[in-house]
Design a protein. Structure first.
Length: 564
């Protein structure tokens, strides 16, 4: 379980829970995180995870992990295992409280039989399309099914035969008998069970009828003794049905459903269906593509669970829809976290050779470099230096503009931790004019990067010794979409129209300092002057692959500084 980081700001959910405890309604707070195993979790789910597990922790209760596996057509063990992995990675543990809606299939079936016996459910032969037509609209009441007034005996017989597999898929459903004129469409005789000829990944072919989510969810909560069912706002209109099932069936435990606004993030989509589309159409490399908002994608990109938990805490809870979190704020919190924990290193992503003509050939020095100036306990490392080094191609210009403070002909700059150097010559390809190398001289009295005469040098460059460089690959990930709200589509276009073709740039032949050669997958670093990077699982010993987690430039801090 993630550590308790002290008091948190109160919110309307905590106020309700504290009032319930003070009034003696509950002695122990029991929450649950109930994902459907039909896709990978994304950062929107992280908010629900942090809320449910955090509430249980803070009030000395427990949080269950329950898979609402009531739709075998879309569920898979792969999704189930990924969800467990993601919840643990975020820092939470359900202990012995792992459950499945499929654990309760027999109990749910018995509850359905009870609904029939008390005249609150009936078997309906209308087709799915006819049920939709009979349902009515927001302004017009629905029409009762012609099968609504079947006798209890007939309904019991038909429902038991549905379970026995006598009927074809789609030919019959069990519906609750409530009110076809109810202003809430969810209360207009909703479907409770349907026939599905699908093998379930846990129960096999034992069942050919499966409960609908609204029926299974509230009763699973009740069976487990959940006290507070915390849901996102799309379930607000379903709450009357949630309560109706529990009241009519007279269950012993009646959880309280409380809704909160879901997390929406700029420049991304949170729909599982649309994320699945990106995966199936090959637009991304999989659910863990670092451009995806999935927790597995964020983890591969280099996000820390601490930063995600902090983000969920800071954005807080809202009662109503409308608030969309700025992805720049998430990146800002991530930088704060990585700045404290990520060791520094030098990496040249687009290398240009720099030759020190007055430096002895074959000579090698070692310079001491701090691993993290924010954490003195991180210590230092030795960085080799030689006559030829690599610098960033963008750090040299032959004819620089006025505010370019890096290397240019006749200009002096500092090589970080090493020497001051002055450009004396540019070596070019005679046919193409491409710059092949820059030649410099160095000031031997400036060892460590500080001139003895105290002269000021504006430019400081990172570098890597050519003789000791490790070649690697850098994958520069950006935002997947160019539009702040990709779902706000123009007529005739899909959300995929706003995909950014530059959301991934792959650089081969990057030159890295030797300390990075054996960096383990998942390790995070700050590449000086570049950004924060994470070692990708595709890495191999001596051939590391680094993913750009987030650039150093903090657009959120800039917005706040301007008062935006």
């Amino acid at each position: 379980m993630a550590e308790d980081r002290g008091p948190r700001p109160t919110n309307f959910i905590r106020e309700i829970i504290e009032r319930d405890l003070a009034e003696g309604k509950h002695k122990t707070v029991v929450t649950r995180f109930p994902p459907e195993p039909n896709g990978y979790l994304h950062i929107g789910h992280a908010k629900a995870i942090c809320l449910n597990f955090g509430i249980a922790r803070d009030y000395g209760g427990r949080c269950h992990l329950r898979f609402d596996d009531t739709n075998p057509a879309k569920e898979d063990v792969e999704y189930e295992e990924s969800i467990k992995r993601d919840v643990r990675w975020l820092g939470f543990d359900w202990g012995e409280h792992l459950y499945y809606a499929s654990d309760y299939y027999e109990k749910l079936y018995q509850y359905a039989l009870r609904l029939i016996r008390i005249g609150k459910a009936f078997v309906c032969d209308l087709s799915p399309e006819e049920i939709r037509l009979y349902r009515g609209t927001l302004t017009e009441p629905g029409r009762e099914s012609p099968y609504r007034n079947r006798s209890v005996e007939e309904n019991l017989d038909l429902f038991q035969r549905m379970r026995a597999g006598e009927f074809e898929e789609g030919s019959r459903v069990l519906r609750a008998r409530i009110d076809m004129a109810h202003p809430n469409l969810n209360m207009r005789d909703p479907v409770v069970y349907r026939i599905r000829r699908e093998r379930h990944h846990r129960t096999g072919n034992e069942w050919c009828i499966y409960p609908m989510y609204d029926f299974a969810h509230c009763l699973s909560d009740s069976i487990e003794g959940i006290t507070h069912s915390l849901c996102t706002l799309e379930f607000e209109d379903h709450r009357p049905l949630y309560d109706w099932f529990l009241d009519v069936l007279e269950v012993e435990c009646h959880p309280r459903q409380i809704e909160f606004a879901r997390l929406d993030l700029t420049y991304t989509v949170m729909s599982k269906r649309k994320l699945l589309q990106l995966v199936e159409e090959g637009i991304v490399a999989g659910w863990d593509d670092p451009r995806m908002p999935t927790l597995s994608g964020l983890r591969r990109r280099g996000y820390t669970p601490e930063a995600i938990r902090e983000f969920c805490d800071r954005i807080g809870l809202a009662r109503k829809r409308g608030a969309v979190a700025d992805v720049a704020y998430l990146e800002h919190i991530l930088r704060e976290d990585l700045n404290k924990r990520a060791p520094r290193a030098m990496a040249v992503l687009r290398p240009l050779k720099l030759v020190l003509d007055d430096y002895p050939e074959g000579k090698v020095e070692e310079f001491e470099a701090e691993n993290n100036p924010e954490d003195p306990s991180a210590g230092t490392r030795k960085v080799p230096f030689s006559r030829e080094v690599y610098i960033e191609r963008g750090d040299f210009m032959e004819d620089p503009p006025k505010k370019f403070f890096r290397l240019a002909p006749g200009r002096e700059v500092r090589l970080k931790h090493a020497y001051l150097v002055t450009c004396t010559e540019v070596e070019k390809d005679p046919d193409t004019g491409e710059i092949l190398a820059v030649h410099c001289t160095h000031d031997p009295e400036s060892r460590g990067g500080s001139p003895k005469d105290g002269r000021r040098v504006k430019g400081t460059l990172h570098w890597v010794s050519a003789a000791h460089a490790v070649q690697g690959e850098a994958r520069l990930y950006g935002r997947l979409f160019t539009k702040e709200n990709p779902l706000d589509v123009e007529e005739g276009k899909e959300f995929t129209h706003y995909l950014d073709p530059e959301s991934l740039v792959v650089l081969q032949g990057c030159m890295l300092e030797p300390s990075l050669a054996e960096a383990a997958p998942g390790s995070r670093f700050q590449f000086l002057r570049q950004g924060y990077f994470c070692v990708d699982p595709d890495s191999r010993p001596g051939r590391p692959v680094f993913n750009l987690t987030v650039p150093l430039k903090d657009s959120w801090a800039k917005i706040q500084k301007k008062g935006g």
